[in-house]
Design a protein around this ligand. Sequence first.
Ligand SMILES: C[S@@+](CC[C@H](N)C(=O)[O-])C[C@H]1O[C@@H](n2cnc3c(N)ncnc32)[C@H](O)[C@@H]1O
Length: 327
Amino acid sequence: MALTYGTTPSRFATGLSKTSQSQEKPMTLTERLAIVRQAGQMSSSSDKSEHEFSFKSVDFDRVRRLIYAKAGISLSTSKQDMVYSRLSRRLRATGKKTFSDYLDILENSKETPEWEQFVNALTTNLTSFFREPHHFPILADHLRKIAPLRHQINIWCCAASTGEEPYSIAMTVADTFMNKAAPPVSIFCSDLDTEVLRTAEKGVYTPDRTEKIPPEQLKRYFSKGIGKQEGSFCVRAELRRMMTFQRLNLLDPLWLVKGPLDVIFCRNVMIYFDKATQYKILTRFMPLMQPDGLLFAGHSESFLYASDLFQSLGKTVYQPARQSGSA
Ligand SMILES: C[S@@+](CC[C@H](N)C(=O)[O-])C[C@H]1O[C@@H](n2cnc3c(N)ncnc32)[C@H](O)[C@@H]1O
């Protein structure tokens, strides 16, 4: 059966419910449901002519299998529209006329560069400076606590996206070590998506992206762009010199990450993985960390089910669980 693009029952129903507002009597729930059902039946016969490529449920299932195996990303059925629109671009770019032909490129070769494009197309990279801001004072306190005990502090930001998160970490580090020209801190920034990582490495942001940076930090840690970057803000060397960027798939069997790690930021990425995948990743994080290290998770992520590996400190911050026999 072909999936329905542009006229899914829910969108159709939204349109109708607007109309219903102008009627004298509001529609009953049963009437609304009948219209939604009708919309669902109508849309499957009308979609072929409206869409450039046919996208059958067998194609969508294939996409789901491939991205799950490659990146651990579990795509729910509600992502059909998104997948169609993002991968249609790849069909056009590769000159393929059907999803089936496009997906054959991937299935026929593990080495094809199209894998990178496919993965980049399907990741969700939403981020912002100082997102979930309550984590940054916790980070600053932790840095103050461990600074006298370490020659070198290692932080890993493992889903760095376009860089707003690792630069927020770097600003927090620089503020905390205000009296040191070069804080003894290294921030390893990685992401699966090579395109967002390139943006992160550039460190150039338009004003709409820098809105959440307090003015004094913006002034201190960014310079005003010139030439092609006129109007944008460019991250200063003071932050950059602490940071390295590298593509890393959390599903890969080998991670080139230098430990022991004092802090891992793993926010808003585990949400795309199923529990089994999350647990495997947590199992690998644990031995990489200092016993008093901190793991920061996203607001809708909970690792309470993995209490053998990490104990919750509240506010979606975790610490490696004490192993039996340890002090
Ligand atoms: C929603 S963004 C979150 C960005 C940032 N951590 C934050 O909280 O603002 C999720 C990021 O996870 C990355 N990602 C998805 N699957 C991944 C994987 N298997 N390995 C590494 N990164 C992955 C995506 O490319 C994307 O940039």
